[in-house]
Each structure stands twice: as C-alpha cells, then as structure tokens.
Design a protein around this ligand. Structure first.
Ligand SMILES: Nc1ncnc2c1ncn2[C@@H]1O[C@H](COP(=O)(O)OP(=O)(O)OP(=O)(O)O)[C@@H](O)[C@H]1O
Ligand SMILES: [Mg+2]
Length: 324
C-alpha cells in the first residue's frame, strides 16, 4: 500500500495541479504494491495511469492561470494571450509562414491520421523589437492555448549547477500541458558561450535541450527566439521545423505600424516617404513607440490631427533615445 509520505505527496501534487508528479507517485505506489505481492492492484493502477496519461490535453480541464505551481513556478511564466495575428504587422513571407504553422496546427489531427507531424518547432531570428515574442503570443491567442515563457539565460544563472535538471522539469510540463512554449534568448545555450563555460554546465543544458527537440511525442508548439543566431550551434538549427527571419520593417510595414497605432487618432495628410525615411533602421517596437508618442502629444496639446512633422520628430526623438 502507499506510504504516508506518498499519500501526502499525491495530495500536494493534486493541489498544485501537477499531473506529471501525481502520476509518477501513483506509479511508485503501484511498484511498491507489486513488490508486496498485490499484483492485481499494481497492474490496475498502472493501467489507470497509462490510460489517463493518454487522454488528449484538450479534453482536460482548462489550466487555471495560477499554474504552474510548485517548483515549476520559478522556471515558467504562464499567460493566456488575447493577441491575434491581425495585431502583428509583418512582411508577407513571414506572415505566410506563420499562417502555414497555424493551418497545420489546426488540422493536426487530420495530418496525424495519415502519419504526418504538424510544424511545431520554430526558431524565430531577428533584431530586438521585431515581433518575435509577440508572435509567440499571437500563435497562443489564435490557437487558444496558454503561453509559457522560459528565459534560458535566467534559468542558467539562477540554477547554475542544476540547470539541466530544472530544464527537465520544464520539458515534462511541456509533454503534459498542451501550450505554446517560448524559449527566449536561446543563444544563451550558444556554442560560443558553451565553449567558454568551464564547468560544462551550458554544454549539458544544450545537450538536453537538443535531445528534447528530437522528441516527437508532444503536441505543444515550441518557439525559440534569438537576436544572435551567429552564436547558435548548427546542431540546434537543424532540429527546428522552420527558421523564420524577422527583418527590420520596410517602408510599407512602417506605414502600417504607424497607422495601426494611430487607429483612433485623426491623421491628416502625411508624406509617407519622409516618415519612412525618418524610421529607417528602427525596429517595429521603436516605430510603434514613436507613433504612440505622437498620438499622446496630439492629445495633450489639443492638436487637431497628426501631420508629417509630428511623426518625423517623434521618430527622430526615438532614434536619439535608442542610441543612448
Ligand atoms: N511585427 C510587429 N507588429 C506590430 N507590433 C510590433 C511588431 N514587432 C514589435 N511590435 C511592438 O513592439 C513590442 C515589442 O515587440 P516584441 O517583444 O515582440 O519584440 P522581440 O522581437 O521579441 O524583441 P526582443 O528580441 O528584444 O525580445 C510589441 O509588444 C509591439 O508593441
Ligand atoms: Mg522577445
């Protein structure tokens, strides 16, 4: 029979909503029962765990926002984004590739029936502020999934010496809970850093990350993001289903970003040539912030409408600030 400690641990993991731990303790109870000759009970319990583990995540209860709890809570942040693809302003090819991911995810049961896997491991590469994190939110929002964020560099410094074990916890969760998992700043596991790391910690973490990427049993969408693709191990690149590059915004994207942000504001005649020139080299995030700045100035100064000079000056200001 179960020991007192096992019963307590099961109650605790149930309260934490930690299915993985709950099932693993149930299996320990089964093993103990088998050893003491209760073979029928042991087999029934094992079968029950197997059956429940197979249950597709979608048919389980929705995960409460408070999760993940217990040890996982320090490693994973969870949100339920309402961001949609329409909120993102992207180059055509980037949008096409993301739409393809969404299509395959939505039709994954049909694909699997015929032995195909949907696209689900994405590497997003590009400068800061080009929409990589926002993409992970939009994928979660479109698919009505929770978004779990794992910051690898934080994980490594925080748990130096035991990162690989912590990462395993994250991966177990990923198998158990259907969601979008964002591994931000994945270059923290990059070859360069791994080589210069004496204790081999990063190398170990990189290896367990790579092994994990090979596992096909999970349905979850895995999104890794980096500003420094040159630091990544080539072994890492190979394991993704798709590597999507996020360029700095081009002229039409800049215009769309500004108009998006000014949707509720009166915009007068704007010379977009001047605006896009002033925005050259700025990221989507910076262009958005400049548009916001112009909108707020208009409101605070009781202006009538936004004109070219308002946008150009906000963009110049933004550029000066980002140089600092
Ligand atoms: N493509 C985009 N379309 C619309 N808004 C964007 C886009 N990219 C960035 N933004 C705006 O900039 C903010 C920051 O973008 P985001 O966090 O997605 O950048 P990132 O690429 O993840 O940057 P980093 O590499 O620094 O993590 C967003 O919340 C959004 O307001
Ligand atoms: Mg980001």
């Amino acid at each position: 029979m179960a020991t007192a400690d096992q019963v307590k641990a099961m109650v605790r993991s149930h309260a934490d909503g930690d299915d993985a731990r709950f099932f693993s303790i149930a299996l320990q109870v089964a093993a103990r029962a088998a050893r003491s000759g209760q073979t029928n009970f042991a087999q029934e319990l094992r079968d029950l765990v197997e059956e429940l583990r197979k249950e597709p995540p979608r048919s389980r209860k929705p995960i409460p926002v408070a999760q993940p709890r217990g040890e996982l809570s320090g490693l994973l942040g969870v949100t339920y984004p309402t961001t949609r693809m329409a909120d993102l302003v992207l180059e055509g090819p980037v949008r096409d590739r993301l739409n393809r991911v969404l299509l395959e995810q939505r039709q994954r049961d049909r694909l699997r029936e015929q032995g195909f896997h949907p696209l689900r491991k994405l590497l997003l590469v590009g400068p800061p502020g080009t929409g990589k994190t926002m993409t992970a939110s939009a994928l979660a929002g479109e698919l009505h999934l929770p978004l779990f964020v794992i910051r690898l560099d934080g994980l490594i410094t925080k748990f130096m010496g035991e990162t690989a074990a912590k990462l395993r916890l994250v991966f177990d969760a990923l198998r158990e809970t259907h969601g979008v998992y964002l591994f931000d700043e994945v270059d923290a596991l990059g070859g360069e850093r791994a080589r210069s790391n004496d204790v081999g910690e990063i190398r170990r973490v990189l290896n367990s990350f790579l092994q994990f990427l090979e596992l096909e049993e999970t349905e979850s969408l895995l999104v890794a993001a980096t500003n420094h693709p040159q630091l990544l191990d080539s072994a890492m690149f190979r394991r993704f289903d798709a590597v999507i590059e996020y360029p700095l915004p081009t002229a039409p994207v800049i215009k769309a970003l500004v108009l998006n942000r000014l949707a509720t504001i009166k915009v007068g005649r704007v010379s977009w040539g001047h605006v896009t020139k002033a925005a050259a080299g700025l990221s989507h995030a910076e262009v958005t912030m400049a548009a916001e700045r112009a909108a707020k100035d208009l409101i605070l100064l009781d202006g009538r409408e936004i004109v070219t000079a308002d946008l150009v000056s906000a963009l110049n200001q933004r550029r000066a600030e980002s140089r600092r």
